[in-house]
Ligand binder design. Structure first.
Ligand code: ADP
Length: 191
């Protein structure tokens, strides 16, 4: 099972991915988490991306695709993968098609979590306050930038997936449990 969770920062992708990891032993491929880990460990990649992450802009497609290819190879034996925060540009979406083909994988589900634009800023700032993990990009100026970048660079891939796949839109304003149930039903129907 390979599934993509699409949606803006704060829509609940990460929360839902964690639920699916617990329930189905899928692997969560969160590029944001991978990049933050690289920064924390001060790896070469971490040094390259630190300032980009703090600015709310996107990391180079080429670097992200290289990281993703390594992770696809490393997780080949997992029963499933959840793409969370990737792809984020049309270039990445096209590259993912090629990668999946190269490793004899296919995309089974594409899910978009739809949330009111004005709730997102509020949600992210609330999460930042409650979270123990401090992020350099969780202040209101940078969160607004992240939302702007999403609308400009990532939203177009919703159309890309609508035209190529059956795009499942889920109302992300529902409770976490309701969203989880809807996603699990979609997965069960694929089996
Ligand atoms: P959120 O969805 O909450 O904004 P993420 O944790 O997914 O946060 O991503 C945090 C940051 O990591 C992004 O603002 C961007 O700089 C970088 N990033 C994550 N995924 C990608 C990607 N696929 N392409 C380019 N940059 C990315």
């Amino acid at each position: 099972m390979n599934l993509i969770l699409l949606g803006p920062p704060g829509c609940g992708k990460g929360t839902q991915a964690v639920n699916l990891v617990k329930k189905y032993d899928y692997y969560q491929l969160s590029t944001g988490d991978m990049l933050r880990e690289a920064v924390a460990n001060e790896t070469q990649t971490g040094k390259i991306v630190k300032d980009v992450l703090a600015s709310g802009k996107l990391v180079d497609d080429e670097l992200i695709i290289k990281i993703m290819e390594e992770k696809l190879i490393a997780t080949k034996s997992k029963p499933g993968r959840i793409f969370d925060g990737f792809p984020r540009t049309l270039i990445q979406a096209n590259e993912l098609e090629g990668l999946l083909k190269r490793y004899q994988m296919k995309l089974d589900l594409v899910i978009e979590l739809v949330v009111d634009q004005h709730s997102l800023l509020e949600r992210i700032l609330k999460r930042a306050k409650e979270s123990e993990e401090k992020r350099d990009d969780d202040n209101s100026v940078i969160v607004k930038k992240r939302l702007e970048v999403y609308n400009k660079e990532t939203k177009p891939i919703v159309d890309f997936y609508s035209s190529k796949y059956n795009l499942n839109k889920i109302d992300g304003m529902q409770s976490i449990q309701e969203v989880s149930n809807t996603i699990e039903n979609l997965i069960e129907n694929k089996h």
